[in-house]
Design a protein around this ligand. Structure first.
Ligand SMILES: [Zn+2]
Length: 207
């Protein structure tokens, strides 16, 4: 059904809100009408927050986590165990794992997983920089904490093969705990446990 809007300005705003994930045109209209009820100052703050986010956010030069400076607070924390690197898809997983309080190593944010269906290949992800880190830094163990989906498995195996022949242990978080691509929704205790109880990646290949 084509909706008629009484104003092109209103329609334009609805169009923009409706581009956000999970926001249909009905919800977009509700958000737009809500925006109109807020003070000009509040709306300006919202607009500025979005523009600043897009223009000024940085990605950590080491782990690709989102940060305000060149290096994120985790990589910059001298008390962390630099011999352990946990590989995750996105910053959401970094936040989820940090919340468990069970992991004291560093991270490596891939920026997604290998997904031929979505046209995402290894070259679109931060995999080369992970190999470089293993070669240049004193990394003893890589912990793969990706989705337990076919794409996650493919990515795990790709990284495993890329790292073969190097003196680094490769482990994977315990399975059956973080299901699907929902690592960030797993509760903190089970997610923490899945990291503590991680298994050697070689053993998963024998199954
Ligand atoms: Zn970092």
């Amino acid at each position: 059904m084509i909706q008629k809007y009484p104003s092109a300005i209103l329609e334009n705003a609805v169009n923009e809100f409706a581009k956000l994930p999970g926001i249909g045109r009905k919800t977009a209209l509700r958000l737009v009408l809500h925006t109109l009820k807020r003070t000009p100052e509040e709306v300006e703050n919202l607009g500025r927050a979005i523009i600043t986010l897009r223009n000024e956010i940085n990605y950590c030069k080491i782990c690709h986590n989102i940060c305000d400076d060149e290096i994120c607070h985790i990589c910059g924390d001298l008390s962390r165990d630099t011999s352990l690197v946990c590989v995750v898809e996105n910053i959401k997983e970094v936040m989820a794992i940090e919340n468990t309080g069970q992991f004291h190593g560093l991270y490596h944010v891939l920026g997604g997983i290998i997904s031929p269906m979505d046209g995402i290949g290894p070259g679109d992800l931060q995999i080369e920089s992970l190999i470089e880190r293993v070669d240049k830094e004193s990394v003893k163990e890589i912990i793969l904490a990706l989705s337990t989906t076919m794409e996650g498995d493919t990515t795990n195996f790709y990284i495993f093969r890329k790292l073969s022949g190097r003196e680094v242990k490769i482990s994977v978080i315990a399975r059956g705990i973080a299901v699907g691509d929902e690592i960030e929704y797993a509760d903190e205790i089970t997610l923490g446990r899945s990291i503590v109880n991680r298994v050697d990646f070689n053993d998963t290949l024998k199954l």
